[in-house]
Design a binder for this molecule. Structure first.
Ligand SMILES: [Zn+2]
Ligand SMILES: [Zn+2]
Length: 309
């Protein structure tokens, strides 16, 4: 680091600063104004989002930047997102150029991905959703936005996809990462037929609803959510899942549930879940392993009531 430091041995200063600013995780960057008053506690996010532009980090400067950002998003079109530096095309699986203009008016998924295990797991799922939407002739396309460092990783990933891609190493990638504040992969951002962002939760929605999530609009998602809530009425309140030694309890967003990573399939989830509060173990209702009662004792699914009986 090209700046100053508190001596390593000064544990007292470290402790009191940590307490004073209620630091719970790192990296953490607190900005203090010239008079010593802390003005920003989310410095890391601000640097991610705005870089040098965030200086001098005053609330006025940040709201100025937020206004600029809002205006940018309000005037967003697919073409001004994707085309740049004189490139107005994408490439398809056989290396041909496809004009960006051909995608205008469609629902488009921006798929930020690379050759990494979570992406390799999610891509086949997305591919099957893509395939079935294409079979239904839906006006849907996906663009692979690679953050692979080397071209061989890029090619390997792209081979497993059925859709279009930005060329390898394209400069637009960096600005898209920043613009959408992408902090992890895989990320799927859905752009509507009008060129505006529909949702940044594409990955989660694909995991939850597969192709039924299409066109990913709020109306469609609340319809599916109502259906899930209806279905959940018939779920057992607790479950003895074969993958966990404690009883799991059914939770929803309004009863202790929230966004989670499923311990069974390693994918994101939200809303309804089976949870062991003691262990922090949480899984999708669809990932509960149900085996026939009366089978092998080790692999038998039992509800809490049955256990009591
Ligand atoms: Zn799962
Ligand atoms: Zn447990």
């Amino acid at each position: 680091m090209p700046w100053l430091a508190i001596p390593f041995s000064d544990l007292q200063a470290k402790k009191s600063l940590t307490q004073r600013f209620r630091i719970e995780g790192i990296p953490s960057l607190v900005i203090v104004d010239p008079s010593g008053v802390p003005i920003q506690t989310e410095g890391v996010d601000l640097i991610y989002k705005y870089g040098i532009q965030a200086f001098p980090f005053t609330p006025e400067r940040i709201s100025e930047l937020e206004e600029e950002e809002k205006a940018k998003h309000a005037s967003q079109t697919l073409e001004n997102l994707i085309s740049s530096h004189g490139r107005d095309y994408l490439i398809n699986q056989i290396g041909e150029q496809v004009p960006v203009s051909e995608l205008v008016g469609k629902t488009v998924g921006l798929y930020f991905s690379a050759s990494c295990p979570p992406c390799e797991k999610f891509t086949p799922r997305l591919a099957s959703v893509y395939h079935s939407l294409k079979q239904k002739n839906e006006s849907f396309e996906i663009i692979y936005i690679s953050i692979d460092r080397d071209e061989s990783g890029y090619l390997k990933c792209f081979q497993s996809m059925l859709w279009l891609a930005l060329p390898f190493g394209d400069e637009t990638v960096k600005s898209l990462l920043k613009y959408f504040n992408v902090q992890g992969i895989p990320t799927l951002i859905i752009i509507g037929p009008d060129g505006k962002t529909v949702t940044r939760e594409g990955r989660n929605l694909v995991n939850l609803h597969l192709e039924l999530a299409y066109p990913f609009t709020e109306a469609q998602i609340s319809l599916l959510q109502e259906r899930l809530d209806e279905e959940a009425k018939s779920y057992p309140r607790s479950f003895h899942h074969i993958g966990h030694r404690h009883i799991l309890n059914l939770v929803s967003a309004s009863s202790g549930g929230g966004p989670f990573i499923c311990c069974e399939c390693d994918e994101q989830g939200s809303g309804w879940a089976y949870q062991c509060i003691d262990c922090g173990y949480e899984i999708h209702p669809k990932c509960v392993k149900e085996l026939e009662i009366g089978g092998d004792e080790e692999n038998t699914v039992r509800t809490e009531d049955q256990l009591r009986a």
